[in-house]
Design a protein around this ligand. Structure first.
Ligand code: RFL
Ligand code: PHB
Length: 389
């Protein structure tokens, strides 16, 4: 088989890139290790930046999001129970959209199926070849049979544990990483959210987040030590811990029920440099990871593939490689700013084993400064709703 672009991974990055290329008349095949149902079963992000919303509209998959998504004008922060609302709309005239990654993925998959574009699910042993030269190839195994696709470019959209980044010779890529000594234990429950907006809570017992997927389905998280097991957290223990970390009035309003999903995500920051290796590009979680505190991972993936699609379209339509040559530096410039914001939100809101009484006072001072400074709030709002570029 031959195609113009092989995309590895059918997560949000791969599917969105596929859609952008398809609309520009560029052929692409997506290879995904898992089944479509497995991909749709992963409960992940919930917050879309305004530019992500606009991108989904632009590529013709925004209809259901516009109907079912919930626009939010702000978020609430809580520090040892003291509440502070950050009003994005008032501060900078922007907002975000609550619409689950699962739903975005489903809309993209449906659009791809309707247009007949090729996605090969359950593609095993995917391997990348010859991307340093002019004729890259990707091999995989499907139903026990080895196959090969020849292509012009490979897009590595296969997430943090994918094969693309690890196919690059070790001395050609540098990774910058920070592993946090904790994770997030998340619970999904069919009960109305405790508040109209998200609540990010710092408490001396640890961080907590009240989020949602709809007016009847809520998503809650509590910070747990690295290495904790889900089995150690029956529902009752989770709800008790969440309540203990919230403002008492909020805790009293919390509606609990049996969890319909429960999982632990470790937190880390990682950036790979560069993001282009000949005819291979890395995008989304394959290129960088952020802790989920700033709600940025999914949005970064959209930004990357928009820039990558522009570069590939320029290559085919204008026979210019300027976009391709600039891909890595353009993406990295924005990535590091978003890494900084995610690290800052994480540092403000979590408890760290090494944070002594001095560190806690500094966290409190940071919160008090935010509460008293419109400039500080504008900075948070600008970053949370999405930096330009
Ligand atoms: P994905 O979604 O991981 O998709 C990669 C796909 O590649 C496949 N794959 C392979 N396919 C073929 N061959 C191989 N060898 C392969 N190896 C892997 C995988 O099966 C998968 O289908 O990466 P992508 O597309 O870059 O998308 C990134 C986002 O998924 C991620 O950044 C976000 O979920 C992060 N994130 C959040 N982002 C936000 O913008 N807002 C949020 O509110 C938010 N909350 C979160 C989050 C991530 C979380 N976890 C679980 C880490 C909350 C959590 C708890
Ligand atoms: C979520 O709803 O899953 C969510 C929301 C905000 C975050 C992270 C996750 O910062």
């Amino acid at each position: 088989m031959r195609t113009q672009v092989v995309i590895i991974g059918a997560g949000p990055a791969g599917l969105t890139l596929g859609r952008l290329l398809e609309r520009a008349g560029i052929d692409a095949v997506i290879l995904e290790r898992r089944s479509a149902d497995y991909v749709l079963g992963r409960i992940r992000a919930g917050v879309l930046e305004q530019s992500s919303v606009e991108l989904l509209d632009e590529i013709g998959v925004g209809e259901r999001m516009r109907k079912e998504g919930i626009p939010h004008d702000g978020v609430e922060l809580s520090f040892d129970g003291d509440m502070l609302r950050i009003d994005f709309q008032d501060l900078i005239g922007r907002k975000v959209m609550i619409y689950g990654q699962t739903e975005v993925t489903k809309d993209l998959m449906d659009a791809r199926a309707a247009s007949g574009a090729v996605t090969i699910y359950k593609a095993g042993d995917v391997s990348l070849h010859d991307f340093g030269g002019a004729s890259p190839k990707v091999r995989y195994v499907k139903d026990g049979v080895s196959r090969e696709i020849a292509c012009d470019f490979i897009a590595g959209c296969d997430g943090s544990h994918g094969v693309s980044r690890s196919s690059v010779p070790e001395d050609a890529v540098q990774t910058f990483e920070r592993v946090y000594p904790f994770g997030w234990l998340g619970v999904l429950v069919d009960k109305p959210p405790v508040a109209d907006e998200l609540i990010y809570a710092h408490h001396q017992r640890g961080f907590a987040l009240c989020s949602m997927r709809s007016h009847t389905r809520s998503r809650y998280y509590v910070q747990v030590d690295a290495g904790e097991k889900v089995e150690a957290w029956p529902d009752g223990r989770f709800w008790d811990e969440l309540r203990a970390r919230l403002n008492p009035d909020v805790a009293e309003r919390l509606q609990t029920g049996p969890s319909i999903e429960k999982s632990i995500a470790p937190l880390r920051s990682l950036v790979a440099e560069p993001l282009r290796f000949g005819r291979l590009f890395l995008a989304g979680d394959a290129a960088h990871i952020v802790p989920p505190t700033g709600a940025k991972g999914l949005n970064m993936a959209f930004h990357d593939v928009r820039i990558l699609a522009e570069a590939l379209i320029e290559h085919y339509a204008e026979k210019s490689d300027a976009g391709i040559d600039a891909y890595s530096s353009r993406v990295l410039a924005r990535t590091w700013k978003t890494e900084r914001f995610s690290w800052w939100m994480t540092s403000l809101l979590h408890t760290f084993p090494e944070t002594g009484p001095f560190g806690r006072r500094i966290q409190r001072a940071e919160f008090d400064y935010l509460a008293s400074s419109r400039a500080a709030q504008e900075s948070l709002a600008e970053n949370y709703t999405g930096l330009p570029g």
